[in-house]
Design a protein around this ligand. Structure first.
Ligand code: CMP
Length: 131
């Protein structure tokens, strides 16, 4: 996902360009708003965390871009490309280092396992929307 902060800042194109340059294939993509309830569902694994309210409010505060990306070793390579959750700790050249402002508003989300990538892909896309 490209999160509301990066969409608002006009960085969709820059981020997609980095994703493309890193060798990912975009197999599905959409621009949409999610409701508070949908954000709560997407991040339900974090329901007990102190930042859950802030996170779900933020994720429903404006449009996002959701995409399914394909590549060998995609989960690990995408996490490398986006950098640490907290942009202050992200390496130079990563998406979060370049475009994120804080741990809460950190520009992008990437799945943390193949299993979660499948779950998260199914959250946003039907079978008809993939190719
Ligand atoms: P993401 O990769 O989308 O997965 C969970 C999100 O929770 C994470 O990125 C951060 O944006 C957010 N998050 C993690 N820790 C904190 C925190 N301490 N305060 C606010 N948000 C956080």
């Amino acid at each position: 996902m490209i999160k509301p902060d990066a969409v608002k800042a006009g960085n969709i194109g820059n981020i997609l360009q980095m994703i493309n340059a890193a060798g990912f294939r975009i197999v599905a993509m959409k621009y949409l708003n999610i409701s508070r309830q949908q954000a709560e569902k997407f991040y339900e694994v974090h329901a007990e965390r102190p930042f859950y309210g802030e996170l779900t409010q933020f994720m429903s505060s404006g449009p996002i871009v959701a995409a399914i990306l394909e590549k060998d070793n995609a989960v690990a390579d995408f996490r490398k490309l986006i950098g640490a959750t907290n942009p202050a700790q992200a390496e130079e050249g990563t998406i979060r280092k370049k475009y994120a402002a804080s741990v809460g508003e950190n520009a992008v989300h990437g799945s943390d396992s193949d299993e979660n990538a499948a779950i998260e892909g199914n959250f946003f896309f039907s079978g008809l929307e993939r190719f």
